[in-house]
Design a protein around this ligand. Structure first.
Ligand SMILES: *Cc1c(COP(=O)(O)O)cnc(C)c1O
Ligand code: SF4
Length: 341
C-alpha cells in the first residue's frame, strides 16, 4: 500500500502547463524537468512570485541561455561504479536514485537529473568495490534524494552496508524533510534507531536555504527526527536574490539551531549550466559570511565551501586572513596588524 507521501510524489506537477494553470501564470517551456508536489506548490502559491520559495522552484526563462558547465564539479572523474563516487579517501557517495522530492532550479546536478537512463544502483560491482576498499569508512547516500526511496529499500541498503566491517558511518543528504515532511514517518525513524546500533553513527544532512521553508509541517518533521538517534546537520546553498544577505542567513542558521540541526556547510553555488542566474560572486559571498560572526556564535556558523570546477574538490571559500573581506589583517604570527571595524 502506498503512503500518503508516495501518493503526493506520484501526483506531483510535472509540466509547465499544469503548474502554470495552478499558479495562474504562464510558464516557459524549458529543456529541464519540472517536478513539484501539489502540497508544496500550495505553499509556493501562498508565498507569491517574489518569495524565496517561488524563485527556488518555479521555472524561469533565464535557465535557457547561459554558458554553465554540464558536470560543474567533475564528479564523473571519480565515479567508480554507476552508483558510487569515490573522491575523498575515507568516504564515498552512494547514488541509489536520481529522483528528488522536487526539482530545485539551481541544482548543480540539474543536467544529470535530466536523463532517465538510470535504472538504480549496480549493487554487485558497488559491493565488490566497497569490500576491496577498506579505507572507506563512511557511505553518503545522495542522488537524487535517498529519502524518496521506500522504507524497505532503505532498510535493504543499510543491511548490505552493515555487513561490511569497515563501514562505520552512514550519512543521508536530503531535501525531503522540507518538501514532503510527512515522509519522516514512524517506520523511517525506527529504521534509523535500529541501524544506529550497526554503525558508529548515522547522520542526516538536511538541505535548507531559507527560514520560509520551515513551516509548522516541517517543524513537526524536525521534532520526529529529534526523537531518533540521528545526528542532524544542515547544508545551505548561497543563492542570488534568495538568501544572499546577513539577516537571511543568520535567521536561517539560528532557526535550524533551535531545532538542534547544526549548520554544516554554506555552499558557494556551482557553475552548472542553467543555473548561472543564481550565482553570487565569491567576494560578495565572503563579505556576507564575514559578517555572520557578529550575529551568531561560532557553532551556528557553517563552513563556507566552494567546489572547484574540474574535480579539484571542496575548498574553504573564505580566507579569514584577507583584509579585504574581514577588515582584519593578521600577520604570519597570528597577530592583528590592522583593523578596519
Ligand atoms: C562533499 C562530498 C563528500 C562529503 O564530504 P564532507 O566534506 O566529508 O562532507 C564526499 N564525496 C564527494 C564526492 C563530495 O563531493
Ligand atoms: S533535491 Fe538536491 S539533487 Fe534534487 S533537485 Fe534539489 S538540489 Fe538537486
Amino acid at each position: 500500500m502506498k503512503s500518503r507521501w508516495q501518493t503526493e510524489y506520484l501526483e506531483a506537477f510535472r509540466t509547465p502547463e499544469e503548474l502554470g494553470a495552478f499558479l495562474e501564470v504562464s510558464l516557459p517551456k524549458l529543456e529541464y524537468n519540472l517536478f513539484i508536489p501539489k502540497s508544496f506548490a500550495r505553499k509556493i502559491k501562498q508565498s507569491g512570485p517574489h518569495s524565496p520559495l517561488w524563485k527556488q522552484f518555479v521555472p524561469h526563462e533565464n535557465e535557457s541561455h547561459d554558458s554553465g558547465l554540464l558536470d560543474p564539479i567533475g564528479d564523473h572523474n571519480y565515479q567508480v561504479t554507476r552508483s558510487l563516487i569515490h573522491r575523498y579517501k575515507n568516504r564515498a557517495l552512494f547514488l541509489p536514485t536520481t529522483n528528488c522530492p522536487v526539482h530545485c532550479r539551481y541544482c548543480f546536478r540539474k543536467n544529470e537529473l535530466q536523463d532517465d537512463a538510470y535504472f538504480g544502483p549496480d549493487l554487485k560491482s558497488t559491493l565488490e568495490y566497497l569490500n576491496e576498499h577498506a579505507e572507506i569508512q563512511e557511505i553518503i547516500f545522495t542522488g537524487g534524494d535517498p529519502l524518496i526511496l521506500s522504507n524497505q529499500k532503505i532498510r535493504d541498503y543499510l543491511t548490505l552496508f552493515a555487513s561490511i566491517k569497515h563501514i562505520q558511518f552512514i550519512r543521508f543528504h536530503t531535501r525531503t524533510p522540507i518538501i514532503l515532511p510527512e515522509r519522516i514517518d514512524q517506520e523511517f525513524c525506527q529504521i534509523m534507531n535500529e541501524f544506529n546500533h550497526h554503525f558508529k553513527q548515522i547522520t542526516l544532512m538536511i538541505h535548507c536555504n531559507h527560514t520560509c521553508e520551515i513551516d509548522s509541517d516541517v517543524e513537526s518533521a524536525f521534532m520526529r527526527l529529534n526523537q531518533t538517534s540521528l545526528l542532524l546537520f544542515s547544508q545551505t546553498v548561497l543563492l542570488n536574490d534568495i538568501n544572499d544577505s546577513v539577516p537571511a542567513l543568520s535567521n536561517l542558521f539560528l532557526k535550524l539551531s533551535t531545532h538542534k540541526i547544526i549548520p554544516y556547510y554554506l555552499h558557494h553555488p556551482d557553475h552548472a549550466k542553467g543555473t548561472l542566474h543564481f550565482q553570487k560572486s565569491l567576494s560578495e559571498g565572503r563579505k556576507i559570511y564575514a559578517m555572520l560572526r557578529r550575529e551568531l556564535p561560532g557553532w551556528m556558523i557553517p563552513q563556507y565551501i566552494i567546489d572547484i570546477p574540474g574535480g579539484k574538490g571542496k575548498t574553504p571559500a573564505f580566507n579569514p586572513e584577507s583584509y579585504e573581506f574581514t577588515g582584519k589583517l593578521i600577520n604570519q604570527f597570528g597577530e592583528l596588524t590592522a583593523i578596519n571595524d
